[in-house]
Design a binder for this molecule. Structure first.
Ligand SMILES: O=C(O)CCC(=O)C(=O)O
Ligand SMILES: [Mn+2]
Length: 213
């Protein structure tokens, strides 16, 4: 069982995030990683940039409740029905919603959340990446809560403020079994990215649980 019940607050001006370094114990994280690597229907998505269809530098899959359709970068994703391992992770994260931010006087009530979908990404090695963006599609609502679980190779995750030059960018290390919850105004005010890293040879899987309305 995980011991990391109280997340560390990530200092973000005009935003809120909590990082649970060891949300899953290493053995559990290993089991989930292996199962997802072999059982997920990994696809090469094509996104539209300046009218051209470009393959994303990673493999992806969209799982969720029936009807939880998601649109981004010219893509319309219909959900694949939940795999047991993904549903269990979702329920585990939801059941831990209660302690999110305990002891934090600034905690926002919307850190409590349930999810109906998950975007999975497989970064095969350090050449795979995700560019700067916010998870701010209209169907995610005004102040979305995004629960991001990391498995496999450790990677750097970067955040930068969308408009304020006086606010320093933030870099986090997302380790095997860690959970990052972004909530409040984070998607409105910040962008995030997972840059390439020439040092990383091993694969990483990331699951972002979302509530599509
Ligand atoms: O892989 C990550 O940690 C980030 C993924 C992400 O930003 C997304 O799926 O929207
Ligand atoms: Mn994102």
């Amino acid at each position: 069982m995980s011991s990391d019940l109280v997340g560390a607050r990530v200092a973000l001006a005009d935003g809120d995030a909590l990082l649970f370094e060891e949300f899953l114990a290493p053995g559990e994280a290993d089991t989930c990683f292996e199962r997802l690597l072999s059982d997920v229907d990994w696809e090469q998505h094509l996104i539209r940039i300046f009218g051209r269809r470009i393959p994303t530098p990673r493999l992806s899959a969209w799982y969720g409740d029936p009807g939880a359709r998601y649109c981004y970068s010219g893509l319309v994703l219909e959900p694949i029905p939940w795999l047991p391992v993904i549903r269990e992770l979702k329920e585990r994260i939801e059941s831990r919603s209660e302690p999110f931010g305990v002891g934090d006087p600034n905690r926002s009530a919307d850190a409590h959340c349930t999810y109906n979908s998950a975007l999975l990404n497989l970064y095969r090695n350090g050449s795979d990446s995700m560019g700067w963006h916010s998870d701010d599609e209209p169907e995610l609502g005004d102040r979305p809560v995004i629960a991001s679980l990391s498995l496999g190779a450790e990677r750097r995750f970067r955040l930068k403020h969308r408009s304020r030059a006086d606010v320093d960018p933030v870099a986090l290390t997302l380790s095997h079994g860690s959970l990052l919850i972004m909530y409040g105004d984070t998607q409105k005010n910040w962008k995030h990215a997972l840059p390439k890293s020439s040092r990383v040879e091993k694969p990483r899987i990331n699951l972002t649980f979302r509530l599509v309305r």
